[in-house]
Design a protein around this ligand. Structure first.
Ligand code: BES
Ligand code: MN
Ligand code: MN
Length: 457
């Protein structure tokens, strides 16, 4: 399809495109919390119906041990290429709800942005594909075949989708995977994500005395597990913000000076970055800029830490236990299982004899890098150049979508990460939002991708 035709369809239908997205956003499809199980099912049903209505030949819901997968197809000609669209309809929990300016599951538009949990991650971005498909279908402009695989467990690790993909390789045969679940640099600086970090996520439990103690009677004589945990965590990074776990950097890809210079050309306003986050200064590994620290270098962060008395007022107690949830973002060619093992043995090694340590691994995922010299990338670049009016910059992102590496391994397919969010959209945070500009720009760009991909293949 050509751009003017796409734009006039969008113009005539944009209110409906928004209203339909709002319907999805009103469903609290929180995958992590069993209390929302029925809402997740209901959301899958709405996604399935939307695909049928847009013109799919078939759409089905596949139940899994967890939340369902929505699958749909439209075949126009088996000799033409096939695009496999991946996205997720599940969302992160809305907590802390009292920090939202409006209820998380009652979408509102403010300053040209849609505010709701999932507006950007990923309902808004996933639904762009349904509407782009509708446009191509209704205008007779669908140039190739398309399959949709929309899951309900991305935010909890995609473990059931991984099983389903392995069992359905034939069904999922395609030429490229198309995903909108990432960001662009700015609305006037389009970019295509060519790297995602991997993830190792662990929970640690530190046990001191066999019960909570009076902090006056025992304090000074017995190791406090909260104090010990803080010391241990502090020692995981040295004064250069280098991670101290033995062997942690063994497999880290050293990006060449040329590649780093190329990456540094992407505009990055450090002043605006600081201001937007309310921090007086940034902090990254010595020798690396903040954008490098969040893309080509691994990182380690405490995501949550607790123990002892956290209620009102002061209770004097020397707690028996302390806990933390720690994430490590990984880069090529670090292996999440290897890193988890290294973390565990290091953490046990540095523990003083006064405490016992338990490490529990959670879901993880492999990092991925996507080349810029294959038909999928070329098509995505041309599509964005046409819709934005400037050529997109390839950029590595700090986030993770673990299933992308599995797609490559199991299906032999590369993914195109054609995201339209902004890093400032507050995904996973209170007041998540997605620009109407971004939503409509995505809907405009996707049919152009199909056109160029069909021509390039
Ligand atoms: N869409 C995000 C990942 C993302 C966000 C990539 C922004 C690039 C830019 C995805 O839904 C997500 O949140 N992934 C999780 C990992 C998952 C295992 C819970 C993440 O990155 O924390
Ligand atoms: Mn996402
Ligand atoms: Mn997410």
């Amino acid at each position: 399809m050509n751009r003017p035709e796409i734009l006039s369809y969008i113009d005539a239908n944009k209110d409906r495109f928004l209203e339909e997205l709002f319907e999805l956003l009103r469903i609290p499809s929180v995958s992590a919390d069993p209390a929302f199980k029925d809402d997740v099912q209901r959301c899958a049903l709405v996604v399935k119906e939307s695909l049928l209505k847009a013109g799919a030949d078939m759409a089905e819901i596949h139940q899994t041990a967890g939340h369902p997968i929505v699958y749909a197809e439209r075949t126009i000609d088996p000799s033409k290429p096939t695009v496999l669209v991946y996205g997720h309809y599940d969302v992160q929990p809305a907590d802390p709800v009292d920090l939202w300016d409006s209820p998380p599951f009652e979408p509102v538009v403010k300053d040209g942005k849609i505010y709701a949990r999932g507006a950007c991650d990923d309902k808004g971005q996933m639904y762009m594909h349904v509407k782009a498909f509708e446009i191509m279908e209704r205008s007779g402009g669908l140039p190739c075949n398309v399959k949709f695989m929309i899951e309900g467990e991305e935010e909890v690790g995609s473990s059931n989708l991984a099983i389903w993909v392995k069992e359905n390789k034939e069904k999922l045969k395609a030429d490229v995977i198309l995903v909108s679940d990432t960001s662009i640099i700015a609305n006037d600086v389009p970019s295509i994500t060519v790297g995602l970090r991997g993830l190792s996520y662990v929970e640690v439990e530190v046990t001191g005395p066999n019960k909570d103690l009076h902090s006056g009677v025992y304090g000074g004589g017995v190791a406090n597990p909260v104090n010990v945990l803080c010391e241990m965590i502090a020692s995981l990074q040295d004064e250069n913000h280098h991670i101290t776990i033995e062997g942690f950097y063994d497999d880290v890809e050293e990006v060449s000076a040329e590649d780093r210079a190329e990456m540094a050309k992407a505009p990055f306003d450090i002043e605006a970055y600081r201001k937007g986050l309310g921090v007086a200064s940034t902090r990254s590994e010595s020798g690396y800029s903040p954008s490098e620290g969040t893309s080509i270098r691994p990182s380690l962060d405490v995501n949550g830490i607790w123990g002892g008395y956290i209620g009102q007022g002061a209770k004097t107690v020397l707690p028996s236990k302390a806990y933390a949830k720690i994430s490590m973002r990984l880069v090529p060619y670090q292996d999440p299982n290897d890193i988890t093992r290294k973390f565990e043995s290091h953490f046990k090694k540095i523990a003083p004899p006064s405490v016992k340590i338990k490490v529990t691994p959670h879901h993880g995922g492999e990092p991925i890098v996507i080349p810029t010299n294959f038909p999928g990338y070329v098509a995505a670049s041309k599509a964005m150049e046409e819709s934005f009016g400037t050529r997109p910059i390839p950029e590595r992102s700090g986030g993770s979508i673990p299933i992308i590496a599995l797609f490559e391994k199991e299906l032999g397919l590369k993914s195109i990460l054609l995201g339209f969010g902004l890093n400032s959209d507050d995904i996973h945070s209170p007041n998540e939002h997605y620009g109407i500009f971004n939503y409509l720009k995505g809907i405009e760009t996707i049919p152009l991708f199909y056109k160029h991909f069909t021509a390039e293949s």
